[in-house]
Design a protein around this ligand. Structure first.
Ligand code: MSP
Length: 683
C-alpha cells in the first residue's frame, strides 16, 4: 500500500489564526483526503509552536505565565480546524512532554557526536527576530528583516556544525531536483548555498529567554526555537505507525509558506543528516495571500477579514475558494470581488445548476427513481469519454500536488455536463411522450457524471458534496466509486435544496420600465450613444461541442458577472492566447443561441491580415466592467441592441485606435487600441 505523510508548519501561538494559516492547513487537509480517496494510507500532522521569544512576549503582554498562555491559545487553532473540517491525525504542541524529551535526546546525540560546540560570540542581536546579524547584514544600522533596532551582545552560545553539511546538501538538491517544489524555490536555495554556509546558533542563555527546552548538557541555556520546532515533524510520528504497522517518517511533503524556506530547506535537512535520520521526500512552498499588494496577516489592518467569508458563505465555499484560486507556489490576491465571482460562477452556476436540474427532472418525471439508460448516443459517449479523461487527470494531478489544476479539471467535467444538458434539452424531452427513453438516457448519463464530479470534489468540500450525493441517493466510499458506472438505475433520489445559493452582489438598480423613447426605432445616429462597450476578461476557453469554428468563452464582465460567449476566434487565436486576456465586450447585445449555447454578448475585433481577427485591446490597467465611450458622445439610457442595429454604424481603425465617425473610443480619456492597418473595420 502506498503511504502519504503530510505536515503543515506548526503555528506560533502569539496571535489568532488568519487566512495564511488556514490556507496551508486546508491545502494539507485536501491533499490528505485526495490521497485517502485514491487508496493511500495517510497521516496528517499539524500543531503549534509554543516556545521562544515571540510567545514569551505575548504572554507577558497579557500578564499571564507562558504555560497558561499557550494552553489557551493553542485552542484557537484547534477550534478553528474543527470548524473548518480539518481532519488531522495528530496535533502536536512543542510543550508536550514527549516532544521535549525527544528534542533533548537529539541534542544529546549531537553533543556526544561532537556536532555541537560552544563559543563566545559577539554581534548585533535583534530581539524581534531572535538572532544575531553581522555588520554587513544590517540595513541603516537596523535589523534587515523587521527594521527594528539591534543591540550589541556578547555571550557564550552553542553552535551546530551546519557548515559541514553544505556540500552534502548541494549534492542532495542536485540529485533530487524535485526535493524542493516549485523549482524556482529550489534555485533560490541553490543560490543561497553558493555562499559559505555558517554554523547555526542553537541556544539562548536563560538570562535572556527562559521559555524553551533546557539544553541537556547545560541547563543555563534553552534551545533555539527553530531547532525545537523543526523536530516536531519527527517527534510527532515517532511512536505512531500507519494502519499496517509501517513507520510514518519520512514525510512525503512538508507544506510551508515561502517565508520559511531556508529553515526547512537548509537548517532542517542538515540537522537530519547529523542525526542520521532520513530526509523528507519533498518540501512544497506556496506563495502568499496578498491584499493591496502586501502579505496578509492578522495585523495587516486592511479591513478585509477573509475568515468572515467562511462565517457568511460557509466552510465548504471558503475551502473551495482557497484551493481553487491560488496556484500553489504563486502569490494570490484576496478580494471580495474574486471570492463572490468564483463562488457564483463555479459553485452556484456550474455545479449547482447540473445537480439541481438532474435532481428536479428525475423527481418530476420518474417519481424520484433514477431511470436506466437505453441507448448511448454520440453526445452521451462524449460525456463518458470526458469523465474518464478527467479521472486520469485527477489521479495524476493529485500525486503531483497540482491542486488548483485538479479542481479546474473537475470543473471542466461539470461544464461538460451542462453542455450535454443544453444540447439534449431534457426539459423539452419531458414534454414529449414519445421521448421517454431518450429522456431516461440523458438523466441517467448526466446523473452518473454529476455523481462522479461530486466524489472528485469531496476532498475539497466534504460536507456539501455528501449532501449533493444524498440528493442523488448515493454516497462516496472510496476509490471504487471514482469510476464511471456505479449507478445501475432504480436508485431512489433524496430531498434537496440548492447546495450553493447564488451570492447576491449589489448591482445598479434595475432599469426603469421602457419609456416611449425606448420603443422608438433605432437610427444609425443613435447607435454610438447606445453601444455599451465594456472591459472584460476571458477566464476560460473551451471548444464549442457542436461547432468546429467556435470557442465557448467565459468572461468576467465585472461586478461578479460571468458571461458565456460563443466566438469564432479559432482561426485567429489559440486557447492559451485567449486565456486571461482583457477584451472589449459589446454587452448590451441581445443574447442569442449559437448551436445550442446561449451567447451573452460579443467580443470586438478588427480585420487583420489573411482574414484573421485581431482583438480590440483595452489599456492594460482598465478596471474590469469599466465602460468605453466615444469622445464627444453622451451615453444614452441603456437599451438592448440587435446585431442589425450594430451593423448600421461603421467602426474603423486609425493610428491603431478605434473611431466611429470622427469620435475616438476611450476609457476615461485613454484611447482603445486595435493592432490592425488604418481603415480596417471593427466587428
Ligand atoms: N512557527 C513557525 C513555523 C515552524 S515550522 C517547524 C512559523 N509560524 S507562523 O505562525 O508564523 O506561520 C507561518 C506559516 O503560516 C507560513 O509558512 C504559511 O504557511 C502561513 N502563512 C502566514 N501568512 C501567510 C500568508 N499571508 N499567505 C499564505 N500563507 C502564509 O513561521
Amino acid at each position: 500500500m502506498k503511504n502519504f505523510y503530510i505536515t503543515t508548519p506548526i503555528y506560533y501561538v502569539n496571535d489568532a489564526p488568519h487566512i495564511g494559516h488556514s490556507y496551508t492547513t486546508v491545502l494539507a487537509d485536501i491533499l490528505t483526503r485526495f490521497h485517502k480517496l485514491i487508496g493511500y494510507q495517510t497521516f496528517f500532522l499539524t500543531g503549534t509552536d509554543e516556545h521562544g521569544q515571540k510567545v514569551q512576549q505575548a504572554a507577558a503582554k497579557r500578564q499571564v505565565d507562558p504555560q497558561t498562555h499557550v494552553d489557551e491559545y493553542n485552542l484557537r487553532f484547534k477550534n478553528l480546524w474543527n470548524k473548518m473540517d480539518i481532519n488531522y491525525d495528530y496535533f502536536i504542541r512543542t510543550t508536550d512532554a514527549d516532544h521535549k524529551q525527544f528534542v533533548r535526546e537529539c541534542l544529546q546525540k549531537l553533543w556526544d557526536k561532537g556536532e555541537i560546540y560552544s563559543k563566545e560570540y559577539e554581534g548585533w542581536y535583534s530581539v524581534g527576530e531572535e538572532r544575531f546579524f553581522s555588520e554587513e547584514e544590517l540595513v541603516d544600522s537596523k535589523d534587515p528583516i523587521s527594521g527594528r533596532p539591534v543591540e550589541w551582545l556578547k555571550e557564550k552560545n552553542y553552535f551546530f556544525k551546519m557548515g559541514m553539511y553544505q556540500q552534502r546538501l548541494i549534492t542532495h538538491l542536485e540529485e533530487n531536483p524535485d526535493w524542493i517544489l516549485p523549482d524556482y524555490r529550489r534555485n533560490e536555495i541553490l543560490g543561497f548555498l553558493k555562499q559559505p554556509l555558517n554554523d547555526l546558533c542553537i541556544s539562548r542563555p536563560k538570562s535572556r529567554l527562559n521559555w524553551g527546552i533546557p539544553l541537556p548538557f547545560d541547563d543555563e541555556y534553552v534551545t533555539y526555537v527553530w531547532f525545537d520546532a523543526l523536530i516536531n515533524y519527527v517527534s510527532g510520528v515517532r511512536d505512531r505507525t500507519y494502519e499496517n504497522g509501517e513507520p510514518i517518517w519520512p514525510a512525503s511533503y512538508h507544506l510551508i509558506g515561502k517565508d520559511i524556506l531556508t529553515t526547512h530547506c537548509v537548517y532542517w535537512p542538515t540537522m537530519l543528516m547529523a542525526l542520521e535520520i532520513p530526509l523528507p521526500k519533498h518540501v512544497l512552498a506556496h506563495g502568499w495571500w496578498l491584499t493591496g499588494g502586501s502579505k496578509m496577516s492578522k495585523s495587516s489592518g486592511t479591513g478585509v477579514n477573509p475568515m468572515d467569508y467562511m462565517e457568511q458563505f460557509g466552510v465548504d465555499a471558503f475551502r473551495y475558494f482557497l484551493a481553487r484560486e491560488m496556484v500553489v507556489g504563486q502569490d494570490c490576491t484576496f478580494s471580495d470581488d474574486a471570492f463572490k465571482r468564483r463562488i457564483n460562477s463555479d459553485l452556484a452556476n456550474d455545479l449547482g445548476n447540473v445537480l439541481n436540474r438532474v435532481h428536479r427532472l428525475v423527481l418530476t418525471n420518474f417519481e424520484g427513481k433514477l431511470p436506466k439508460a437505453t441507448q448511448i448516443d454520440a453526445p452521451a459517449q462524449e460525456l463518458i469519454t470526458l469523465a474518464n479523461q478527467v479521472k486520469e487527470q485527477v489521479f495524476s494531478g493529485i500525486t503531483q500536488v497540482k491542486l488548483s489544476q485538479v479542481i479546474e479539471d473537475i470543473m471542466s467535467l461539470v461544464r461538460g455536463i451542462n453542455r450535454y444538458l443544453e444540447i439534449k434539452a431534457p426539459w423539452k424531452l419531458a414534454k414529449d411522450d414519445s421521448a421517454k427513453d431518450e429522456l431516461a438516457t440523458v438523466l441517467f448519463t448526466a446523473a452518473e457524471a454529476v455523481r462522479l464530479s461530486l466524489c472528485f470534489l469531496w476532498p475539497v468540500m466534504p460536507t456539501k458534496t455528501i449532501e449533493g450525493l444524498a440528493m442523488l441517493g448515493t454516497t462516496c466510499e472510496g476509490e471504487k466509486d471514482l469510476h464511471w458506472g456505479k449507478f445501475q438505475g432504480g436508485e431512489s433520489f433524496g430531498e434537496g435544496n440548492p447546495l450553493f445559493p447564488r451570492i447576491e452582489v449589489e448591482k445598479a438598480p434595475p432599469p426603469p420600465p421602457k419609456t416611449k423613447e425606448q420603443n422608438k426605432p433605432i437610427l444609425a445616429t443613435d447607435v454610438p450613444s447606445l453601444l455599451d462597450l465594456r472591459c472584460a476578461k476571458i477566464i476560460s476557453v473551451e471548444d464549442h461541442p457542436d461547432a468546429e469554428s467556435l470557442y465557448v468563452l467565459k468572461v468576467d464582465a465585472g461586478e461578479s458577472e460571468v458571461r458565456t460567449i460563443c466566438s469564432g476566434l479559432k482561426k485567429s487565436y489559440s486557447k492559451d492566447e485567449l486565456q486571461d486576456r482583457l477584451i472589449l465586450l459589446f454587452s448590451n447585445l441581445k443574447p442569442a443561441p449559437l448551436r445550442g449555447i446561449m451567447s451573452m454578448g460579443m467580443l470586438l475585433a478588427g480585420d487583420g491580415e489573411e482574414g484573421k481577427a485581431v482583438l480590440v485591446a483595452p489599456p492594460a490597467n482598465t478596471k474590469i466592467g469599466a465602460r468605453a465611450l466615444f469622445k464627444g458622445i453622451t451615453p444614452s439610457e441603456s437599451r438592448e441592441l440587435k446585431i442589425k442595429d450594430f451593423d448600421k454604424i461603421s467602426l474603423y481603425v486609425k493610428d491603431n485606435t478605434i473611431f466611429c465617425n470622427d469620435n475616438r473610443l476611450e476609457f476615461n480619456g485613454t484611447p482603445v487600441s486595435c493592432d490592425v492597418k488604418d481603415e480596417a473595420s471593427v466587428h
